[in-house]
Design a protein. Structure first.
Lengths: 204, 341
C-alpha cells in the first residue's frame, strides 16, 4: 500500500524532527508545542496500526489535558529565555548515560524475547473492516486483565490522594472563604425593606 | 487520478453539506442572539439591514473582513496568527462524527464519543496561545481563566457521558441514538436527569458562554483572550465559539434527547403519520431548542464568580456524576432501562 507508506514516513519524519526540536529550541513554549506535535504524530501512527482507541486517548489525555497544564505553568512562570539552555553542556554526559541505559533496557527486552532480526517484525496484517479496536480493548481490560487494570486504578487513586494531601497545609492567620456559609446566606438576614413615605409629594 | 477525483468530490460534499450550512447557521445564530436578547431585554435589536434586519450577519462579516488586522507590539507573530486557526480547526473537525439523521454522518466511528472529547479538547490551545502570543496582560489573564475552566469542565462533561455509555453500551453516536428508540420517556434525559443537567451546564462552561464567560469578562479584563484581535482574526474566534455552541446543542440532542427520533414514536393513535417517523427535522428542531437555551441562559443569569465556577465543577458536578454512573449501572442491572446493543 503506497498511501499507507507515504503516511507512515511523513508522520515518522515529523515526529522525529519535532522530538529533536523539543530539546533544542530555546523558547520553552515552543518546546511544549513541539512535544504536542510529537504526540500527535504518534497518535497518527497508532491509527495506522488500527489502534484507534489508544490514539484518540493519547490525544485526549496528553494533548488535551496534560500539555495544557504544561503550557499553563510555563506561561505563568515567565521563564528567563537567556538562561534556559545554560546547563546543556554540563548535563549532557548524564543525559547521554540515561539515554544509553534506556536504549539498553529496550534491547535487553527484545533480545530476551528473541526478536533481534528485522524478519521478527512482520508488516501487520490488514484488519478486517468490522474490527473494533475499542470493543477489543474493553473486552480484554475487563476480563483477561481485570486485576492489573484495577491495580493500576488504585495506584492512580493513591497518587491523586497523595498529590492533594501535599498541597493541603494550614497556616495561621490566613483568611479564606467559608463556602457553606456563603451558600447559606439568605436575603432575609441581609436585606431590610423599610416602608417609608414618599418624600416631596403632598398627601392628599 | 480516480482517487484524486474521488477525494475532490468528497471535499465538495463536505463543504456543501457541513461547512457552508454550519457557517450560515453561525451567521444567523449571531443575528438570532441579538434579536432574542433584544426581545428579552425590551429592546428591538438589529433591524436596519434588509427586511427585519435579516442581512445584518452579512454586513457584519463584510465589516470584519475589511477591517485592519493589528499586530500588537512584541507579539509573537507566528503564534498570534496560528491561534485562531487552532481554535477553528477542531470546532469544524468534530462534526465529522456527529450524525444529523439516519446515516447522515461522514465517519461512523466506533469511538465517536471519545473522538469528540479528544478533538474538542484541542480547541483550548487556540485560546491559550492567543492569550500568550498577544503580549497583553488582559489577554493572558483571559487565557489562563479559559484554560483552567475548560480543562476542569471537560472532566465533568466527559463524566456525565459515562452514564449515557453505560445505558447505550456503545461509543458510537448513531448507536447511542438507536438505543433510545421508543418515545420520549425512553430518551436518556429521564433516567439520567442529573447527568443531563450537568451536561448542559458543563457545555456552557466549556464554550465559555454566559453565565460562565469569565474568560471574556468585559467588566474586568476587557475582552479576555481575544482583546488584541481585530478584523478577520477576531471573526475566526467568533466563528469557533458559535460553532462549538451549536455542537454542544447537537450533542445534547443526540445523547439525551434521542437525536433524530420522533417524540411521538409510541403514539399509535396518530396512525402512519410522518410525526411518528424519525427524521432530520426532529434533529433540527431539538438543535434549535438547545441553541435557543444558550441565548436564554445568557439573558437570564448573572455571571458566576471564578472561584465558584471551579468549585461547582470539581466539588459538585464530578461527585454527582460518579454517583449517577453507579445508579445507571443499577438501572441496567435491574432491567429498569434496557441496555442498547
Amino acid at each position: 500500500m503506497l498511501i499507507q507508506e507515504i503516511i507512515f514516513y511523513a508522520f515518522s519524519i515529523i515526529m522525529i524532527v519535532a522530538a529533536t526540536l523539543v530539546i533544542s529550541v530555546r523558547n520553552p513554549v515552543y518546546s511544549v508545542l513541539y512535544l504536542i506535535l510529537t504526540f500527535f504524530s504518534a497518535a497518527a501512527l497508532w491509527i495506522l496500526l488500527g489502534a484507534e482507541f489508544l490514539a484518540i486517548i493519547l490525544v485526549l489525555v496528553y494533548v488535551g489535558a496534560v500539555m495544557v497544564l504544561f503550557l499553563f505553568v510555563l506561561m505563568m512562570l515567565n521563564v528567563d529565555l537567556s538562561r534556559v539552555n545554560e546547563g546543556f553542556v554540563k548535563n549532557l554526559p548524564l543525559g547521554l548515560l540515561v539515554a544509553a541505559i534506556m536504549l539498553a533496557e529496550i534491547l535487553v527486552v527484545l533480545w530476551y524475547k528473541g526478536r533481534t532480526g528485522i524478519e521478527d517484525f512482520p508488516i501487520p496484517e490488514p484488519l478486517s473492516a468490522d474490527y473494533s479496536n475499542t470493543a477489543e480493548i474493553g473486552q480484554r481490560l475487563f476480563t483477561q486483565y481485570l486485576w492489573p487494570f484495577e491495580l493500576a486504578g488504585i495506584v492512580l487513586l493513591v497518587a491523586i490522594v497523595a498529590a492533594i494531601a501535599l498541597t493541603m497545609r494550614k497556616r495561621e492567620g490566613v483568611k479564606t472563604q467559608s463556602i457553606p456559609k456563603q451558600v447559606q446566606a439568605d436575603k432575609r438576614d441581609r436585606v431590610k425593606l423599610i416602608d417609608m413615605p414618599v418624600e416631596g409629594v403632598e398627601d392628599k | 487520478m480516480d482517487m484524486i477525483l474521488e477525494f475532490a468530490w468528497l471535499l465538495i460534499r463536505i463543504v456543501l453539506f457541513t461547512f457552508l450550512p454550519l457557517i450560515l447557521l453561525v451567521a444567523y445564530y449571531t443575528y438570532a442572539e441579538r434579536r432574542v436578547l433584544g426581545a428579552m431585554q425590551s429592546r428591538i435589536g438589529p433591524n436596519r439591514v434588509g427586511p427585519i434586519g435579516l442581512f445584518q450577519p452579512f454586513a457584519d462579516v463584510i465589516k470584519l473582513l475589511l477591517k485592519e488586522i493589528i499586530l500588537p507590539a512584541n507579539a509573537n507573530r507566528f503564534l498570534f496568527f496560528i491561534a485562531p486557526v487552532l481554535a477553528i480547526g477542531p470546532a469544524f473537525a468534530v462534526w465529522a462524527v456527529v450524525p444529523m439523521g439516519e446515516g447522515m454522518v461522514w465517519a461512523n466511528l466506533d469511538a465517536g464519543v471519545i473522538y469528540i472529547l479528544a478533538v474538542g479538547s484541542i480547541g483550548v490551545y487556540g485560546i491559550i496561545l492567543a492569550g500568550w502570543a498577544s503580549n497583553s496582560k488582559y489577554a493572558l489573564l483571559g487565557a489562563m481563566r479559559a484554560a483552567a475552566q475548560m480543562v476542569s469542565y471537560e472532566i465533568a462533561l466527559g463524566f456525565s457521558l459515562v452514564g449515557v455509555l453505560v445505558l447505550a453500551g456503545s461509543l458510537n453516536l448513531s448507536a447511542i441514538v438507536h438505543a433510545q428508540a421508543g418515545g420520549m420517556a425512553d430518551w436518556y434525559w429521564l433516567p439520567l436527569l442529573p447527568l443531563f443537567i450537568i451536561f448542559i451546564i458543563s457545555g456552557l462552561a466549556e464554550t465559555n458562554r454566559a453565565p460562565f464567560d469569565v474568560a471574556e469578562g468585559e467588566s474586568e479584563i476587557v475582552a479576555g483572550f481575544h482583546v488584541e484581535y481585530s478584523g478577520a482574526t477576531f471573526a475566526v474566534f467568533f466563528l469557533a465559539e458559535y460553532a462549538n455552541m451549536i455542537l454542544i446543542a447537537a450533542l445534547t440532542a443526540i445523547f439525551f434527547f434521542g437525536g433524530w427520533l420522533s417524540p411521538f414514536e409510541g403514539w399509535t393513535f396518530l396512525g402512519d403519520s410522518w410525526l411518528r417517523e424519525p427524521s432530520i427535522f426532529w434533529m433540527l428542531g431539538k438543535l434549535a431548542f438547545f441553541m435557543f437555551n444558550f441565548l436564554w441562559f445568557r439573558a437570564t443569569f448573572p455571571r458566576y464568580r471564578y472561584d465558584q465556577i471551579m468549585r461547582l465543577g470539581w466539588k459538585v458536578f464530578i461527585p454527582i456524576c460518579m454517583v449517577w454512573v453507579l445508579v445507571a449501572a443499577v438501572m441496567v442491572f435491574t432491567g429498569l432501562v434496557v441496555r442498547g446493543a
